[in-house]
Design a protein around this ligand. Structure first.
Ligand SMILES: NC(=O)c1ccc[n+]([C@@H]2O[C@H](COP(=O)([O-])OP(=O)(O)OC[C@H]3O[C@@H](n4cnc5c(N)ncnc54)[C@H](OP(=O)(O)O)[C@@H]3O)[C@@H](O)[C@H]2O)c1
Length: 221
C-alpha cells in the first residue's frame, strides 16, 4: 500500500469498523468511515477523534467511500451484506474488498452461526462482487478492545483470500494491530470456520464476562 491510499469502511459506524479504523489511523493509515447517513458518519468519527488527535480519519456516504478508497472493508451485519454489495458492485469493481462479516443470529440471547448457502459470508461477497478481489479476516477479535487504543489485541488474526495481492494487503493491515499475530488461512473456502467461531466466542464472553479471542498453536509464523 502507498501512503496516499485511503482505507475505507462500508458500515464503518459500528464498533468493528470504527475500532479497526481507529487502530489503522493510529498507525498512520488514512481512513474513511462510511455510512448510509452522513450525520451518522460524522457523529461516529467525532466520537473517536479525541483518541487519535494526529490520525487521519474522515467520513462519507458508503458510495463515496467505495469510490475513493482501496482497500474497502465491508463491516455491515451479515443480513445487510447482499443488498449493500449489490448497490456498490459497480464502484467496487477491480478493487480490494476485505470482509469482516460474521454471519450471526441471536436466539433467546444465544449467538448462533447463520447458515450461508454460498459457504461463508466472504464467499458470498465474492460471488456478488464478481470482479473485485476479496479477502476476509478479523472475525475473532473484539471490537471493544479495538476501540480502546491502549488495549493489547491478544489474538491471532487469520486471513483468507484467493487473490495473493489482496491477501497480502489484508495481512499487512492486520499486522498493525498491537499484539496480533497474523496467519495465512488459505482461500476463501476456509473463511467459514473463523466466521462461525465468532458465535462461540460471543457465548464464551457472556459466561466469563470477558473478551475472548483465539490463538493457533503448533506453528511458527
Ligand atoms: N462487533 C464485533 O466485536 C465484531 C467482531 C468481529 C466481526 N464482526 C462483524 O463485523 C460486522 C460489523 O460489526 P458491528 O458490530 O460493527 O455491526 P453493527 O454495529 O451492527 O453494524 C455496523 C454498521 O452497519 C450499518 N448497517 C446496519 N444495518 C444495515 C442495513 N440493513 N443496511 C446497510 N447498512 C447497515 C450501520 O451503519 P449506518 O447506519 O451508519 O449506515 C451500522 O453502524 C458484522 O458483520 C459482525 O459480524 C463484529
Amino acid at each position: 500500500m502507498t501512503s496516499e491510499q485511503l482505507v475505507g469502511f462500508i458500515g464503518g459506524t459500528g464498533p468493528e469498523g470504527l475500532g479497526l479504523g481507529l487502530r489503522f489511523a493510529l498507525n498512520g493509515i488514512k481512513v474513511v468511515i462510511g455510512s448510509r447517513n452522513i450525520e451518522n458518519a460524522e457523529l461516529a468519527v467525532s466520537k473517536i477523534k479525541s483518541k487519535i488527535p494526529d490520525g487521519c480519519i474522515s467520513f462519507g456516504l458508503n458510495k463515496e467511500v467505495a469510490e475513493k478508497c482501496d482497500p474497502v472493508f465491508i463491516a455491515v451485519p451479515y443480513q445487510a451484506q447482499k443488498s449493500t454489495l449489490e448497490e456498490l458492485k459497480a464502484v467496487l469493481k477491480n478493487k480490494n474488498v476485505i470482509s469482516v462479516v460474521a454471519p450471526l443470529k441471536f436466539e433467546k440471547g444465544i449467538a448462533m452461526a447463520e447458515e450461508v448457502p454460498a459457504g461463508s459470508a466472504a464467499l458470498e461477497a465474492s460471488e456478488i462482487l464478481g470482479e473485485s478481489a476479496v479477502a476476509s479476516g478479523f472475525h475473532n477479535i473484539s471490537a471493544r478492545d479495538l476501540l480502546d487504543p491502549d488495549a493489547l489485541i491478544d489474538s491471532d488474526v487469520i486471513v483468507f483470500s484467493d487473490n495473493d495481492e489482496c491477501k497480502s494487503i489484508t495481512m499487512d493491515l492486520a499486522k498493525l494491530l498491537n499484539g496480533v499475530r497474523v496467519i495465512d488461512g488459505g482461500g476463501l473456502i476456509n473463511s467459514r470456520y473463523t466466521e462461525d467461531l465468532t458465535a462461540l466466542l460471543l457465548n464464551i464472553n457472556k459466561t466469563y464476562k470477558a473478551h475472548s479471542a483465539i490463538r493457533i498453536t503448533g506453528i511458527k509464523v
